[in-house]
Design a protein around this ligand. Structure first.
Ligand code: FUL
Ligand code: CA
Length: 480
């Protein structure tokens, strides 16, 4: 008898131990999902653009291509100083305009005389692109390159085979001479009355991937990153990372709304990048000044806070340095973001959910949304038919004396973007109505709130919704 009791006890203990050591399997991803490089890019959140070139010396935005290389003469060019702006801004990727529409090349290309090689700067021995990538790497920052397809100088422009060869030859130069490049920008812009020209994008993109396999290609149509459809730094309040690439055409202005919101039925993962300049122009002009901190914060909420990456342009001046006022503004911007988001009032909350895949200890519990780790997430039990309606998660705050006026919600996008519609309740009152979450969704409330129980109710999603993080923050820069 005693032996039987002992046997039962041992086998029970064994079963408990065994069942506890068995992991719950993760849910299935829902296609399309991001590539490794796209995910890495998305988590950068803010990256930086440097427009510098012939226009900096002629006080223009779009040069004619007739400018003489003798005009390019920055007396103090120091790309290490440019990187100070990037470091102060906390960015991990910087993109240089190596050739703008005027065709002047900032590296000593072998395919045209319209380059730094024929300028007085460093007696024609300088290479801005090399200085740029070297300075970035020295600070642990990745590099990207913009190479304008529209070229108003090159005499072969308009001749299909010759110009495509020219452009490809330049791509080879910039992607083989300067080490690893993390992003390349194909700008769809072109003047209304410019020469007709058919670009062989397919071949260009293939060459890029052949030379730099981990690069992200940006254009109006991806393939890796899409334009957001405006230059104001503002994504749609509904913003899908998915689109149907077959609907897209580079340089087609009628697609701007589609690019701005993406497509819930999209078959391709092509997330949006918001390009905007710190000043009115893309290039430096003596009489222009930087946007205010409040304007930059608005842009942040409407780009990073709407599932995008913000590409902010800080143009060096004609001495070859970034203006100190712009560096200061970028520093203030970065510090303001840290002030707002480094304290999370959701930390330490008790968590509850409509269901948890594998139960509280299965690895997908609700507490994963407040662990500060974007890789871990809450997953509800999948219902029959796999529909995603009526799932919810609740945070009960330990400390209700600290107010918040920003709600942050993040989806585990490595598993696909799923959430179509949701509401956030504070102590039973609806405070936020939202459509789409994606990597990060920030909601500013009209006034500071002291509530205890925060419920994120997912009204509709593709399959079970997967939330990686929920945060509550206080923005002191917000009026009201
Ligand atoms: C546009 C260009 O025409 C502007 O000059 C600037 O380079 C911006 C980033 O892209 O299409
Ligand atoms: Ca998490």
């Amino acid at each position: 008898m005693n032996n039987l009791v002992a046997f039962c006890l041992v086998s029970l203990l064994y079963q408990i131990q065994f069942s506890q050591s068995k992991l719950t399997t993760p849910p299935l991803p829902i296609s399309p999902t991001p590539s490794y490089s796209q995910l890495k890019w998305q988590r950068r959140e803010i990256i930086m653009f440097f427009h510098f070139g012939m226009n900096t010396f002629t006080d223009s935005e779009w040069g004619t291509g007739e400018e003489s290389p003798s005009l390019f003469n920055p007396t103090n060019l120091d790309t290490n100083q440019w990187m100070e702006a990037a470091v102060e801004a906390g960015v991990s990727l910087v993109i240089l305009v190596a050739k703008h529409h005027d065709g002047f090349c900032l590296w000593p290309t072998q395919y045209t005389d319209h380059s730094v090689k024929w300028s007085p700067w460093r007696e024609g021995k300088g290479d801005v692109l090399k200085d740029f990538v070297d300075a970035a790497r020295a600070r642990g920052i990745d590099a990207g390159i913009y190479l304008s397809p529209w070229d108003r100088h090159e005499r072969t422009y308009g001749r299909e085979v010759e110009y495509n060869e020219y452009y490809l030859a330049q791509l080879h130069e910039i992607l083989t001479r300067y080490g690893s490049v993390q992003e390349i920008w194909f700008d769809g812009a072109k003047g209304k009355n410019s020469t007709n020209m058919t670009y062989h994008f397919q071949e260009w993109f293939q060459t890029v991937k052949q030379l730099q396999p981990s690069i992200n290609i940006f254009s109006d149509a991806g393939p890796d990153i899409r334009w957001v459809g405006d230059e104001a730094g503002s994504a749609g309040s509904t913003c899908w990372s998915t689109v149907n690439r077959t609907h897209l055409k580079i340089g087609d202005a009628s697609l701007e709304d589609y690019l701005n919101t993406g497509d819930p039925h999209g078959t391709d993962w092509v997330p949006p990048e918001c390009d905007v300049s710190i000043r009115p122009g893309w290039f430096w002009h003596k009489n222009e000044a930087a946007k205010s901190l409040i304007q930059l914060l608005d842009i942040y909420y409407e780009s990073v806070g709407r599932n995008c990456v913000l590409l902010i342009n800080v143009p060096p001046n004609s001495t070859g340095l970034v203006s100190e006022a712009d560096i200061t503004r970028m520093k203030e911007f970065h510090q303001a973001i840290q002030t707002i988001f480094s304290i999370d009032m959701a930390k330490g909350s008790e968590t509850k959910a409509s269901s948890e895949k594998g139960g509280t200890t299965g690895g997908f519990g609700a507490s994963n949304v407040i662990d500060g780790n974007e890789d871990t997430y809450w997953a509800p039990e999948q219902r029959d038919g796999g529909h995603g309606q009526g799932h919810w998660i609740e945070l009960c705050r330990a400390d209700v004396n600290t107010p918040f006026n920003v709600v942050r919600i993040q989806e585990a996008i490595q598993m696909g973007q799923r959430i179509k519609e949701y509401e956030v309740f504070v102590d039973g009152i609806v405070m936020v109505n939202g459509t789409t979450v994606g990597h990060k969704r920030l909601h500013r409330l009209n006034w500071p709130v002291f509530g205890r129980v925060i419920r994120v109710w997912i009204k509709e999603s593709w399959g079970p919704p997967l939330l990686s993080e929920v945060g509550l923050h206080f923005d002191p820069f917000r009026k009201g």
